[in-house]
Design a protein around this ligand. Structure first.
Ligand SMILES: [Mg+2]
Length: 186
């Protein structure tokens, strides 16, 4: 017998968020290894609250090869994400956080492979066919496409654009407008 959690009826769509450049100010070519360098983008809390109020899961999918490079330990990265969650506040937290670290054996999680999204579906009942991804790099958009997530929003940063997203915005303010218009209550 299928458990209620696993049934199609109880599945909800998710909004997958890339981290650097979307949730927080992009570190450029480098990595963020200390909380004091983690600058949450203005408006992202409002965007997260909006997604949650429409009934969507909010899921962070981020590549942090700095772990494999020895620039930060996995424990330090987890506490940085704890700080982020605390700072966002209960109404704007991520339901789940998934990280590619670059450590041996994690290759399937490297964007643009769909592994991070697949991993999220193993911990939350997610309906991918109604889900969205918000990212700033081609690898984010392609990851969504490969995972069967049909709707994507690119927040334009300094990344080169090679793949078109469903929507492209220049600011978090503009992102909120797109989400307000496009997300129906689930
Ligand atoms: Mg990014």
């Amino acid at each position: 017998m299928e458990t209620p959690q696993g049934s199609e009826l109880t599945k909800r769509p998710a909004i997958f968020f890339d981290r650097d450049g979307v949730v927080n100010r992009s570190p450029g070519g480098g990595y963020i290894t200390r909380w004091q360098d983690f600058v949450i983008n203005e408006g992202i809390g409002e965007a997260l609250r909006l997604c949650r109020s429409r009934g969507f899961w909010t899921v962070l999918v981020t590549s942090q090869r700095c772990v494999a490079k020895g620039l930060i330990t996995l424990e330090e990265l987890h506490s940085l994400h704890d700080e982020m969650q605390h700072s966002l506040g209960a109404a704007a937290q991520f339901d789940s956080i998934h990280v590619f670290t670059g450590l041996p054996g994690t290759e399937s999680l490297e964007k643009p492979n769909p592994g991070l999204i697949v991993e999220a579906t193993e911990v939350l009942p997610i309906d991918l066919k109604r889900s969205w991804l918000i990212g700033d790099a081609d690898r984010d958009i392609v990851m969504a496409q490969r995972a069967g997530v049909p709707s994507t929003v690119r927040v334009r940063t300094d990344h080169r654009v090679g793949v078109e997203a469903t929507f492209t915005v220049d600011s978090i303010e503009e992102l909120i407008k797109v989400l307000e218009q496009q997300l129906s209550v689930v």
